[in-house]
Design a protein around this ligand. Structure first.
Ligand code: HEC
Length: 316
């Protein structure tokens, strides 16, 4: 007899646990899948590519297999001037952001327009593709949608990349990998929280900003300024360059570590970076033996530093 009560209790416990799991995990997920992606969310996920952290395409977190975000000022095929437009270029073999193979992630409206007008289902990873973000109407409402410009305008990754200067190419997707790998999130958040925070760090994100982004890299414990809108507060590439090479160059009491090793061996002009000499000169400067600190090398096109700065400046 005594055993029966125990069985009932165990079942009741199971029911309560299962019920609370339903409420906390399953039911919100039903709501979340109904949320349509915002334009910001669509652009962000197209810039980041498939995974913004560890993945089998990039097991050592080197920023491999990521799209490039390109600022177009003229039509890459005809050369005709056009309003500045961002194109998201996936070279052959680069994995698409999840909403291309699984458009349902985009939510009602965004998904329908992306399929009907944007032809995203015709994009093939093996051949590469170029995507644009457009605005359209679906059942009387405005939505952003993805256009597969490779299908609609015959813009191939090669044609687009060879039509622009290097300074119009941003390696935002690879830069997010650097942000995750270097542990920037130990100190910085990408999530202004409620109340006074908004006045200092800007608007909090909306739910639809995250469709197809993984992982989100919100951070949790903040020891340093929130970076969700850093590119709006400070858009200076030179400042970022100096600050990442050694934060004390621009913020004398900063506790942020220096990330000079992200420059690698050579600078943008192909000269070897002499870190020992740089530090010796810097120490002379802090000791008051030099008037100016030594110049910070400009990061090479394929350096980790360049990718990280592209990512940080894209956070608007
Ligand atoms: C040990 C904690 C710590 C880590 C790790 C860290 N930072 Fe910082 N960061 C700070 C602090 C403190 C400040 C404010 C002082 C300053 O500007 O240096 C700051 C400032 C900044 C700023 C300027 C913010 C503003 O509002 O002006 C940027 C951009 C930044 N960090 C980016 C990064 C990135 C990217 C990484 C990873 C590569 C990183 N930080 C890693 C502590 C950290």
């Amino acid at each position: 007899m005594a055993f029966r009560e125990y069985k009932i209790g165990a079942r009741m416990f199971g029911l309560a646990l299962g019920g609370s799991m339903m409420i906390t995990l399953y039911m919100p997920s039903l709501d979340i899948v109904k949320v349509g992606s915002t334009e910001y969310g669509v652009r962000k996920s197209l810039s980041f590519g498939r995974v913004g952290g560890f993945s089998l395409e990039d097991p050592f977190l080197r920023g491999w297999s990521k799209p490039k975000t390109v600022l177009l000022k003229k039509d890459p095929r005809t050369g005709a001037a056009m309003d500045p437009t961002y194109a998201y270029v996936y070279e052959p073999g680069v994995r698409f952001t999840s909403s291309i193979p699984h458009p349902r992630i985009l939510g009602v409206g965004v998904k329908d327009l992306s399929l009907e007008k944007g032809h995203i289902n015709e994009a093939r990873e093996a051949e590469g593709a170029v995507f644009l973000v457009q605005e359209g109407r679906y059942e009387g409402k405005k939505y952003p949608y993805i256009e597969n410009a490779t299908a609609t305008r015959n813009w191939t990754p090669d044609v687009v990349l060879s039509s622009v200067k290097d300074s119009d190419i941003q390696k935002i997707g690879s830069g997010k990998i650097m942000f995750v790998r270097e542990g920037c999130w130990w100190c910085h958040t990408l999530l202004p929280e409620e109340t006074q925070d908004w006045q200092v760090f800007g608007a909090p994100p909306a739910l639809g900003d995250f469709n197809s982004e993984t992982p989100t890299a919100f951070g949790s414990d903040r020891k340093a300024p929130d970076l969700l809108h850093i590119g709006s507060r400070n858009s200076s590439r030179e400042w970022m360059m100096m600050h990442f090479f050694n934060p004390r160059l621009v913020q004398p009491h900063s506790i942020m570590p220096r990330f000079d090793y992200l420059w690698g061996e050579k600078d943008a002009s192909g000269n070897r970076i002499d870190y020992d000499k740089w530090r010796a000169d810097y120490n002379a400067y802090t000791a008051g033996e030099r008037v100016y600190p030594p110049d910070v090398p400009v990061p090479a096109q394929d350096s980790d530093a360049r990718m990280l700065i592209d990512f940080i400046l894209s956070l608007k």
